[in-house]
Design a binder for this molecule. Sequence first.
Ligand code: ADP
Length: 491
Amino acid sequence: MYIVQIASECAPVIKAGGLGDVVYGLSRELELRGHTIELILPMYDCMRYDHIWGLHIAYQDLWVPWYGGAIHCSVYCGWVHGRLCFFIQPHSQDKFFNQGRYYGCVDDNIRFAFFSKAALEFLLQSNKRPDVIHCHDWQTGLVPVLLFEMYQYQGMENQRVCYTIHNFKHQGMGGSDVLWATGLNREEYYFHYDRLRDNFNPFALNFMKGGIVYSNYVTTVSPHHAWEARCTEIGYGLGHTLHLHQAKFTGVLNGIDHDVWNPENDRYVPHSYTKDDLTGKAKNKQALRERLLLRDRDRPLICFIGRLDEQKGVHLVHHAIYHALSRSAQFVLLGSATEAGINDHFWHEKQFLNDNPDVHMELGFDEELSHLIYAGADFIIVPSNYEPCGLTQMIGLRYGTVPIVRGVGGLVNTVFDRDYDETHLPEERNGYVFYETDYVALESAMDRALDLWYDNPGAFQQFQWQGMNCDYSWNYPGKDYLEIYDRIRHK
Ligand code: ADP
């Protein structure tokens, strides 16, 4: 099968969070299974060019219709760790992807509307006719709209679209300017409730809703989150749309790339180890302490790795630090915040705890350091308010780092409580789960985890081993996506 993924991220060249990991990991898995995969990405000025091999111009003159005229683009081509990627570079005063960041620009909706249009225009003009176009999140929600309202009449009538939603919170809103810019025009038609009109704001077009309505198949990133999105407020207003389209909507659990995340040969980790011999992990804990100037003492080490965002339950992250200290444990936090209030809060906290030899807070994005933390910590805490899938708990499991999580979204599908899970045998359980968002719930799960570490090292090690036995690779999701592609291709 010939599959083209259109996305705003692909790790490690463009990574703001899990989306980048998923786009890369799924592509790799599909290619290993013998399919042809290409990726279309924006050419951001701030992406990691050092992760692209053989970057060259593939298409010099791509003219993308935009408002009444057209924008001249170049399309570059290169390999990102073996995956063939096309990068779209517009030559425009609008500086679409030259603003020093991936997201958070005032014109985000127009930037990604342009990207969606440019990606399809590139496929059309370069005569690429994939069997399936797989696009992701609000940034590419307009791809199926444009395909089925315009491009299918220009020679792309056999292409099918699978649309994956990684985060319902960000849906991409625009006004009629988006319609005029992309050439969709017909305001009355698109501002209809059955098409792109936002379910709550009658004056806004909702890109993600467009993606759901127009795609041949829609997925989100875990089965439990698919239910949450359809039946609870976690769908951020799209529950009814998902309900109407439920026949083509399911949850497919993300995987993690077992080559990138592998304690047996991780180039960022000084000591390799396996589930049967955790000596290397103990040495990594030592190395982590040395690197972060933590006190050298035989104590449990808890970590948090992730975006510092409301979604991630920042009030519980904050509390977890102090509770860990009160139990004589150590804590390492690696996180970056985009919201000023949260950012200020954690900088303040960092200064406050600066002299404490049992805590280190690294505020920023550091891929390399994240590997060492996964390898060196005993526990990883994921107290999210909501979590569509969550990769950090799966990566933690792979590195023998026991997850302590809140039971929401994909965390429900991947972490099974050591003491209370009734659906899994004791030998299949792999972490600690709490449900409420208050401190008592968090503390009780942390206490159960720390008690095991302090009181029964043998049982703790056995538990690490059980976690490392879990297979959250792309093997199963890869198969699931191929089945979906096959189904929509033959419709
Ligand atoms: P989300 O997509 O909501 O950000 P996920 O758990 O799905 O969260 O994916 C997070 C990914 O980003 C993981 O690979 C994690 O290791 C990585 N990550 C998050 N924050 C950082 C950071 N500050 N530094 C390095 N890696 C990070």
